[in-house]
Design a protein around this ligand. Structure first.
Ligand code: R1P
Ligand code: URA
Length: 312
């Protein structure tokens, strides 16, 4: 740790930098595109206005904890691209720590990768869910002395649904259709289609809570996918952060967070295939551009005007 921090409840340094992402006010825009993978973040950042066009340098910072923040302008509008790594807790760091240093409405779109649970979305498709839920491994089920035995009867806990922002989701789907249409043709169907209207689920793990079978561990998850479908019949995919984004956006009670998500299908959980890297190389910048176009056309109340001046 490099900085001296104060306040155990919400640690910040003397200039207001938050503990894990290590950014302060003015270094993050109201409009955020977030991904897991820092290589994806850098590929998408190629769409940002040049420093000459923006009139100031692009802010690029990797925190000691591995969060990569790139803030610049896209078509003149301040945007941040933030790579957070994997899992619900990383989304929690992102939302709470950026919310603490950004004032006004925030518009956040996650662009992730996922496993598809449906024939509607093959490898190379992009799913735009209308909402999402979480599946958590229930530790008490595996414990010899659960504190609450009545809550220890089922190995996985499936949550209710959290809705994405409807307007941002529908514009995102439209922009993706326009961007991916030509690529779908060019790649003879290796990219696309855009699949809308269903649900995402976040597993608390890539493995057991997404229904992957691992004979080396006691997981009791043989029937998990079937059980999930019984309560959420229109589940399309699983990954690890987007439903948490929808959940936290709903729980941001003081200032509004608009949230949407899209995910490229990397793993075909129906046919058991995995995407090829040359397809990802074409898909990621194209989806990134559609997300940026969606973010800048989103209405953001009380947008900060200091972004782009603080790091000059
Ligand atoms: C697992 O391989 C990771 O891929 C997905 C999951 O949500 C998880 O983070 O998203 P990203 O490709 O954005 O990391
Ligand atoms: N990311 C996930 O979390 N799950 C998958 O199946 C593929 C990508």
């Amino acid at each position: 740790m490099k900085e001296t921090l104060a306040n155990a409840n919400f640690p910040q340094d003397s200039e207001g930098r938050v503990y894990h992402i290590s950014v302060k006010q003015g270094e993050v825009a109201n409009r955020i595109l977030t991904v897991g993978d820092h290589v994806r973040a850098r590929a998408i950042a190629k769409w940002l206005d040049s420093e000459e066009e923006a009139g100031h340098p692009t802010f690029i910072h990797t925190s000691q904890r591995g969060f990569l923040t790139i803030t610049g302008r896209y078509k003149g509008v301040p945007v941040s691209i933030i790579a957070i790594g994997m899992g619900n807790p990383m989304m929690d760091f992102l939302i709470r720590e950026t919310r603490a240093i950004v004032s006004g409405t925030m518009a956040i779109i996650r662009f992730g990768s996922c496993g598809s649970w449906t024939d509607r979305a093959k490898l190379g498709s992009v799913i735009v869910p209308r909402g999402g839920f979480c599946i958590r491994r229930n530790l008490d089920y595996f414990s010899e002395n659960p504190i609450y035995p009545e809550l220890a009867k089922t190995p996985y806990l499936i949550s209710g649904n959290f809705a994405a922002d409807e307007d941002m989701t529908s514009r995102l789907a439209n922009n993706l259709n326009s961007t991916l249409g030509p690529l779908e043709e060019e790649t003879k169907g290796a990219i696309g289609p855009v699949v809308t209207g269903g649900l995402n689920c976040d597993g608390c793990s890539f493995y057991s809570s997404q229904g992957r079978i691992d004979p080396s561990f006691w997981d009791d998850n043989k029937n998990l996918i079937e059980d999930v479908r019984k309560v959420h019949p229109d589940v399309d995919c699983s990954e690890m952060e987007t439903s948490m984004l929808f959940h936290l956006a709903k729980c941001s009670v003081k200032q509004k967070i608009k949230a949407a998500g899209c995910m490229q299908v990397f793993a075909d959980r129906v046919g058991n295939g995995f995407i090829r890297p040359e397809i990802v190389a074409l898909l990621e910048p194209a989806v990134g551009k559609a997300v940026l176009d969606t973010l800048i056309s989103t209405k953001v109340e009380d947008e900060m005007d200091s972004v782009g001046t603080v790091w000059e």
